[in-house]
Design a protein around this ligand. Structure first.
Ligand code: NAD
Ligand code: UDP
Ligand code: UDP
Length: 342
């Protein structure tokens, strides 16, 4: 899927977990990449290896403010994704999703270019149908602690479709399900990074609630492949399209698998279940398969093993001990981002 060498691609949130992988893949495919990020949850370190690349540019900017640049395509990923992060400043989360979407759609409208929105399975809320297909409208609490993210992302989808209907902009909406892999922030509170970091340090593994709630985890390389295929698809393919790995697993099973793959002696402990935590989640990806010929290829064991190797490298000091990680991000330093310890 090579990009035309002349193509300049804007990636908002480009120094975050998914964004940094996307920038890397776009560069490898021949594109020019403009990475825009306010470094709220992303770090320069995530794209440091790209800074010397002659087709890569990094710009510190908050998407809630207008942005006037010249590009040929836009991937809109800017938004904190971990519940700990997006609940830290919920008003800013809604602003990022809604005002950020308006600004990026305004940019796409002025330039008449294609724009892809990183939406989320969270728009289904605590789903009452299983697995979730794109026809399902969701079961979302509009006033709870997750609402800033869920409703912000729902409103962004509305804006994308209204800009298409009203202004004829070519849009793409991807509903991304839980994705994991190298460059997740070790302290961001998401379950895969939490469990791996806890297991590597020999700390207790913290299962919230009874651990019977389920998720379906997609390895980052597969997800990026899906996003790029969606962007390259014909204009009539607008989505929303579910992108994720249908392999469903309970949090208890994930904890046991992490212990097995790390060879850890960590014990499993239980902590209270956060409010409005979805009970189950699994994508129906038949639409993405039919329209993009896409399906994830990385089995969970393999993806987890690669992610464990990444965290081992990050956490081990020269003496071979597992070190404490603290956030390198000034904006995130005010958060209690410590991985729950034993
Ligand atoms: P992340 O927190 O690692 O990355 C988000 C990036 O956006 C960070 O670099 C952050 O600094 C930046 N950002 C936040 N607010 C901004 C603002 N106002 N202006 C400019 N930049 C801003 O999260 P991620 O996992 O890489 O998620 C990327 C996108 O994918 C998000 O939109 C998220 O909602 C979506 N998504 C991710 C997952 C997942 O499992 N990783 C699942 C569903 C949806
Ligand atoms: N916008 C932007 N970059 C552009 C064009 C527009 O950031 O290149 C912003 C602009 O600030 C505006 C928003 O996008 O508030 C929506 O633009 P639109 O043209 O839809 O609306 P209007 O300018 O009429 O409010
Ligand atoms: N979770 C857990 N222990 C942790 C972190 C999360 O049991 O240390 C649970 C959480 O309650 C949820 C699931 O794992 O049921 C996935 O959480 P995550 O924050 O990764 O993603 P999301 O809830 O947004 O799907």
């Amino acid at each position: 899927m090579p990009y035309n060498l002349a193509e300049r691609i804007l990636v908002t949130g480009g120094s975050g977990f998914l964004g940094s992988h996307l920038c890397e893949r776009l560069l490898a495919n021949g594109a020019e990449v403009l990475c825009v990020d306010n470094f709220f949850t992303g770090t320069r370190g995530n794209v440091e290896h790209l800074l010397d690349h002659h087709r890569f540019e990094l710009l510190r900017h908050d998407v809630t403010f207008p942005l006037y640049v010249e590009v040929d395509q836009i991937y809109n990923l800017a938004c904190p994704a971990s519940p700990v992060h997006y609940q830290h400043d919920p008003v800013q989360t809604t602003k990022t999703s809604v005002i950020g979407a308006i600004n990026m759609l305004g940019l796409a409208k002025r330039l008449k270019v294609k724009i892809l929105q990183a939406s989320t399975s969270e728009i289904y809320g605590d789903p009452t149908t299983h697995p979730q297909s794109e026809e399902y409208w969701g079961n979302v609490n509009p006033i709870g602690p997750r609402s800033c993210y869920d409703e912000g992302k729902r409103c962004a989808e509305t804006l994308f479709f209204d800009y298409r209907r009203q202004h004829g902009i070519p849009i793409k909406v991807a509903r991304i399900f839980n994705t994991y892999g190298p460059r997740m922030h070790p302290n961001d509170g998401r379950v895969v990074s939490n469990f791996i970091v806890q297991a590597l340090r020999g700390h207790d593994i913290t299962i919230y609630g009874d651990g019977l709630q389920s998720r379906a985890f997609c390895y980052v390389d597969d997800l990026i492949d899906g996003l790029m295929r969606l962007m390259q698809s014909p204009d009539e393919v607008t989505g929303p399209l579910n992108l994720g790995n249908p392999h469903e697993i309970t949090m208890r099973e994930l904890a046991e698998l992490t212990i097995e793959l790390t060879g850890s002696r960590s014990k499993i402990v239980h902590r209270p279940l956060p409010q409005d935590d979805p009970r189950q989640r699994q994508p129906d990806i038949s639409r993405a398969h039919a329209m993009l010929g896409w399906a994830p290829r990385t089995p969970l064991r393999q993806g987890l093993a690669r992610t464990i190797t990444y965290f081992e490298g990050m956490l081990t000091d020269s003496a071979g001990r597992y070190s404490q990680v603290s956030s390198t991000n000034p904006a995130a330093r005010g958060l209690d981002l410590t991985v729950p310890a034993s």
